[in-house]
Design a protein around this ligand. Structure first.
Ligand code: GLC
Ligand code: CA
Length: 597
């Protein structure tokens, strides 16, 4: 199954008391909270205080994903833009962000809100101009913040000039730039005889009939996102040209969108049908004929070679939903280290239940089974229900959010976070079909309500539209909890989740044991995962023990009731039941791709 097909597994409902993991949350979070407040306040003023290390910057980085439509609107049209992000750079600097990953800001018909690109070398007027981009980049640079661009190489918009040309005839120079095929002979007439049974991640057949050629083109995503033909060297050359355009402009690197979808089985063999149906009512399919084909690794090696010719430690990140750690290792180039520096590890962040054993295994896999490459952990992005809702059980959501943050910032990984995660922003899924903006939410209603819920505007302050925009209505409504959950309120509260994030990030900067330190002894098997599996024990051992003990005693007193309850519940239950919010949405789009083997 693919990355957006979601589990229809049983809902665990929250009747049980706190279990092992929550107990661990309470105890460990408390320790850290007290510790950071006592020890690290001073460090926050210099978030970019140089880290004394020769390792490239991205090995210690906190990367912050911005969904540009939703971060800050500067011109009052209800849609976020580049000048808006520039206005908010001081905030990101104060939080301690090293790099921004910008979801696509290129010209686009906005069917998939920017992931359908019609020009790779410009800026969509909704978001600004190239001059705005340059100003944004230079202001970011002044603050020690790098820019990572989203690069969509699998497909273009159906309005891209390449596609317009390609679809115009069977003989034009770009006729083979996309995946064109005749329909199956016999059976129904076009458009109902697609070349094979493959389905789109976004629902229904992956083939669209085009009368001007009398043929079908393949689209793994929306109909308006035709897949490029990566078996044609001219496609690679053109796309690498777009990559160079941005490298020459000075960006720090790329996040490669949906990169395992680059190649398909050239024979177009029918996919094996699997039991059950997806949210769109299509039969489930084995995706191994059109996802994660080995040919993609050649492209990754050539891309890396090109990127490495640039100075300034450019980095390539991959959107890599994969079935296991061995598959992930291939995306680094394994022991050769010659593909991506940071393919995303989706094994840790999308476990979706607080199962200490599973967390332990996955973190340990990332630390030991990728040939010394650098793990990149991520809990939140613009495609999935926010971790607040995926892991929360309704009672200890904020403590759980603190624990997840602790795992993100204190394991030996590069940390990727999503705007608003630091505030505990929640998922606000539309309640009525007519309010849905993300097309999959319309095709899939009511089983799949789309991704609007995790894309609501950033919550800056308690004023109208939460300070996001002065428009009368914004492209998505601001989540109702903005009056209390916003940057302003949380900055002022030393115990807020925001300050927890800020302190953890500062602490990671100043304490190398929280991020480096390979080859340390494995954590004993029965010890809870999380901070213990990270570096806190070592930090303790190196002289802060007394402070920590004092802090722990204080916190224990304060949280007396809760902690006792947690201990009582601890003996052998391992999972905290997962509350699914909103209750009628399926848990997550992310599922490990079932690549065979
Ligand atoms: C990636 C993006 C997602 C987009 C899809 C198609 O998964 O994260 O938002 O819809 O690719 O480009
Ligand atoms: Ca493809």
């Amino acid at each position: 199954m693919g990355m957006f097909e979601r589990t229809s597994g049983a809902v665990h409902r929250g009747r049980s008391v706190i279990a092992t993991f929550a107990a661990f949350v309470l105890i460990e979070s408390s320790v850290l909270s007290a510790q950071t407040i006592q020890t690290f306040r001073g460090a926050q003023k210099t978030p970019h205080s140089a880290i004394a290390t020769k390792a490239p910057w991205w090995k210690h980085a906190v990367i912050y994903e911005i969904y540009p439509r939703s971060f800050q609107d500067s011109n009052g049209d209800g849609i976020g833009d580049l000048n808006g992000i520039t206005e908010r750079l001081d905030y990101l600097q104060a939080l301690g962000v090293d790099a921004i990953w910008l979801s696509p800001i290129y010209p686009s018909p906005q069917i998939d809100f920017g992931y359908d690109i019609s020009d790779y070398e410009n800026i969509d007027p909704q978001y600004g101009t190239l001059a705005d981009f340059d100003r944004f980049a230079s202001e970011a640079n002044k603050r020690g913040i790098r820019i990572i661009m989203d690069m969509v190489m699998n497909h273009t918009s159906d309005r891209h000039p390449w596609f317009l040309e390609s679809k115009s005839s069977r003989t034009n120079p770009k006729h083979d730039w996309y995946i064109w095929r005749d329909g199956r002979s016999g059976g129904a007439p076009p458009p109902d005889n697609p070349p094979n049974n493959w389905t789109s991640i976004f629902g229904h057949s992956a083939w669209q009939y085009e009368a001007s050629r009398g043929q079908y083109y393949y689209h793994r995503f929306y109909i308006q996102q035709p897949d490029l033909n990566w078996r044609n060297p001219a496609v690679e050359k053109a796309m690498f040209g777009a990559v160079r355009f941005w490298l020459d402009r000075g960006v720090a690197g790329f996040r490669l969108d949906a990169i395992p979808t680059l190649f398909e089985d050239p024979k177009l063999t029918d996919a094996k049908q699997l039991p059950g149906t997806n949210a769109y009512g299509d039969a489930n399919q084995d995706t191994s004929l059109y996802e994660n084909l080995p040919e993609v690794h050649g492209v990754m090696r050539r891309l890396r070679t090109m990127v490495d010719k640039y100075s300034g430690q450019r980095v390539v990140i991959g959107e890599t939903y994969l079935p296991n750690i061995a598959e992930l290792d291939k995306w680094y180039g394994g022991a050769k280290h010659n593909e991506l520096q940071l393919p995303m590890d989706m094994q840790v962040g999308f476990i979706n239940k607080l199962d200490a054993t599973v967390f332990r295994e996955r973190i340990s896999d990332a630390e030991t089974k990728i040939n010394g490459n650098q793990p990149l952990f991520v809990f939140d992005n613009h495609d999935n229900i926010r971790s607040w809702n995926r892991y929360g059980e309704g009672t200890h959501d904020e403590l759980i959010a603190r624990l997840l943050a602790a795992i993100l910032f204190t394991t030996r990984c590069t940390a990727l976070m999503y705007y608003g995660q630091e505030l505990g922003m929640t998922t606000t899924t539309p309640e009525r079909k007519e309010d849905v903006k993300d097309p999959i939410g319309i095709t899939g209603w009511p089983r799949e309500k789309g991704r609007d819920g995790e894309r609501t505007p950033m919550q800056w302050d308690p004023s109208q539209n939460s300070g996001f925009s002065t428009a009368t209505s914004t492209w998505l409504p601001v989540a109702p909890d903005y009056t209390t959950k916003n940057v302003k309120a949380e900055q002022d509260d030393p115990n807020s989740l925001f300050n927890w994030y800020k302190q953890l990030i500062a602490m990671r900067r100043t304490d190398p044991t929280l991020r480096d330190d390979r080859g340390r002894a494995q954590v004993p098997a029965r010890e809870p995962v999380g901070l213990r599996s990270a570096r806190l024990p070592e930090a303790r051992a190196r002289g802060r023990e007394a402070d920590l003990q004092a802090a722990l005693r204080a916190v224990r007193l304060r949280r007396h009731g809760l902690e006792d309850q947690a201990r009582a519940a601890r003996p052998d239950r391992r999972e905290v039941p997962v509350r699914r919010t909103p209750p009628d949405r399926e848990l997550t789009r992310v599922q490990q791709a079932s690549v065979s083997g």
